[in-house]
Design a protein around this ligand. Structure first.
Ligand SMILES: Cc1cc2nc3c(=O)[nH]c(=O)nc-3n(C[C@H](O)[C@H](O)[C@H](O)COP(=O)(O)O)c2cc1C
Length: 223
């Protein structure tokens, strides 16, 4: 009995470092902490009713060049993934609260990652990348294009090859709908763009290899 216990301990000691190494290789790299930009706090009341937003949402593909203000971008990003309680849960649901999806905002000013904890932006590039993402006019003309990317490998390692990618895509869909409805409520237009080459967008944005691009959402004042 004692011998069997010892053998188990040895096997565990041998396997554990490999398991940890495998897990960490699937985890996203930690976001850098320099170049952080504070966003103004989102408004938590007022605006159009949810029913009105649902009744009036329509895909908008033509935009005026007026950029979104920082407060407007803050509101859109909060709708996407803002933290709404002390446990860190967010506006959009996520399988087992794993939060596999990352949201970026591309504009004439560059590329920024939304950091839900702290409601901040992380500046990743000063280059205007919008025209590199897609030839679709909505992507080229919107003042802000959100990029929605997910961590398939992390989800697969937790939930398996069938459920893993599915929960990532479902989370991205929840986030996208939140953005579309918040855009309507603010008087903006937006369109979910899935007709993209994910690898091309990932390369243009220089996203980590673990992050697969799922959706683009051009957002702006309707023309
Ligand atoms: C998964 C998905 C992918 C889409 N891809 C594109 C796209 O690549 N380009 C585009 O202009 N619209 C795209 N759309 C928007 C649809 O064309 C639009 O939702 C549909 O025509 C219904 O119109 P509505 O959004 O105004 O209700 C996409 C929508 C979904 C749900």
């Amino acid at each position: 009995m004692r011998m069997r216990f010892l053998v188990c301990l040895v096997v565990l000691a041998l396997c554990l470092p490999a398991a940890v190494a495998q897990d960490s290789s699937k985890a996203a790299p930690p976001a850098p902490t320099t170049n952080r930009i504070e966003l103004p706090p989102p408004s938590l009341s007022g605006g159009m009713s949810l029913t009105e937003a649902l009744a009036t949402r329509r895909s908008v593909r033509a935009f005026s060049p007026t950029p979104l203000s920082k407060a407007e971008l803050s509101q859109i990003l909060w709708a996407a993934q803002g933290i709404t309680d002390k446990q860190g849960h967010r506006t959009a649901p996520s399988a087992s609260a794993q939060y596999y999806v990352h949201v970026y905002a591309a504009s004439a000013e560059g590329l920024f990652e939304y950091i839900p904890s702290g409601h901040q932006l992380q500046k990743l590039s000063g280059e205007d990348l919008r025209s590199k993402f897609s030839a679709q006019p909505s992507v080229n003309h919107a003042p802000t294009v959100l990029v929605i990317a997910g961590e398939y490998e992390r989800a697969i390692s937790r939930s398996g090859p069938e459920r893993g990618p599915r929960v990532v895509l479902l989370e991205a869909g929840h986030i996208a709908e939140n953005v579309l409805l918040q855009a309507v409520a603010l008087g903006f237009g937006a369109v979910p763009v899935g007709g993209i080459e994910p690898k091309d967008v990932q390369k243009a944005a220089a996203l980590p290899s673990q992050y697969s691009v799922i959706y683009l959402i051009p957002v702006g004042h309707p023309k």
